[in-house]
Design a protein around this ligand. Structure first.
Ligand code: PSU
Ligand code: MN
Length: 329
């Protein structure tokens, strides 16, 4: 009975051999999420970016582990054909956004329909990475507290499961900060409540995904609670966090290397939010809708900024993973 149960869990959760071997040998591994592939970028650009991310990780001597739900299993590490299937599923409408709560459902769904794909969010990817023994994870932007969440007359109480997951999962997420479509100050507070440590790389301004800054409550830019100045320093910080056995995660927010202007992003974001309200789009559909709408409003510049940011985050994550894997001098 116990054995049967264990076998069925193993089938539902598959770690690619290369990833498993690297974890066992304490070589650097970087987990990558798949919602940005299926819901954050259009095909075929998403496939190019997904491949470029994996290549950037390898160039730095680490092993990439893209996470997705395919053919009846949560998979940590994908073959190129699987990566292609994930990217193409976005176009075919066969991809579902999978947060923690959706994982079991996605496993059975992709068992029943081999063409279906579950694209993991930050929450689901962090869970899977940690379960596979991977500690470093790169993505575009974190989910968080949506604007208007506190005003129930105007919007639903929409707070991403990413926040709670990071509160209980010991991973370092390298990202471009919080998506600027969100309420950034409230998201920073919610991270603090959950014991998630947040540092910015090379700055005290909390990076705002497309742009370098975001307006805080009093109009002044949002500040990052902590600052580190190199991948080595980030590794030392996260290493100490792990040494203490803290069960929560850390966030390393990296400024966008090809930023858009803060005011322009803010104006386009407000218009996109109004469009979402008019169209009655909410919940899990909100982020994909807003990103696609912003892309139109900025004539594609938001997509270019998104791609530049993701590739840069992946490179930083690989450097941090490599520094963590090196024995201390
Ligand atoms: N940032 C992007 N594109 C995305 C996301 C973030 O540029 O598609 C995704 C991430 O996977 C993140 C998720 O975990 O949105 C959060 O969604 P929600 O607010 O529904 O939890
Ligand atoms: Mn949500």
């Amino acid at each position: 009975m116990l054995l049967a149960r264990r076998l069925s869990t193993q089938r539902a959760f598959v770690v690619r051999d290369e990833v498993r071997a690297a974890v066992a040998a304490r070589r650097p591994v970087v987990a990558l999420e798949s919602t940005i592939i299926t819901h954050g970028m259009p095909f075929p650009r998403n496939l190019e970016v997904a491949r470029a991310c994996e290549a950037a990780v390898r160039e730095r001597g680490a092993v990439p582990a893209t996470v997705a739900v395919l053919a009846g299993a949560v998979r940590v590490g994908l073959a190129d054909a699987e990566l292609e299937a994930v990217a193409a599923s976005g176009r075919a409408g066969a991809a579902t956004k999978v947060s923690r709560r959706d994982l079991g459902w996605a496993v059975q769904r992709t068992r029943a329909d081999p063409a279906a794909c579950g694209a993991t969010t930050v929450a689901a990817t962090a869970w899977a990475a940690r379960r596979a023994g991977v500690h470093v994870f790169a993505t575009g932007g974190l989910g968080g507290v949506h604007r208007g969440a506190s005003d129930t007359r105007d919007a639903v109480w929409d707070v991403s499961a990413d926040l709670d997951e990071l509160g209980r999962t010991q991973v370092l997420v390298v990202c471009g900060g919080v998506k600027s479509i969100l309420d950034v100050p409230k998201t920073l507070e919610a991270l603090e409540t959950r014991g998630v440590a947040v540092a910015a790389l090379g700055t005290r301004d909390f990076p705002a995904f497309f742009s370098l800054r975001s307006p805080g409550v009093d109009g002044a830019p949002n500040r990052a609670p902590l600052r580190v100045d190199s991948a080595a320093e980030a590794a030392a910080w996260f290493g100490a966090h792990r040494e203490l056995g803290l069960a929560s995660g850390c966030v390393l927010a990296v400024p966008n290397p090809a930023p858009l202007q803060t005011e322009a992003v803010e104006a386009a974001t407000r218009d996109a939010l109004a469009a979402a309200r008019d169209a009655g789009v909410a919940g899990a559909d909100a982020t994909p809708f807003l990103l696609a709408d912003l892309e139109r409003r900025t004539a594609g510049r938001s997509l270019d900024a998104n791609v530049a940011l993701v590739l840069n985050n992946v490179a930083v994550a690989a450097d941090v993973a490599a520094a963590l894997a090196r024995p201390p001098p």
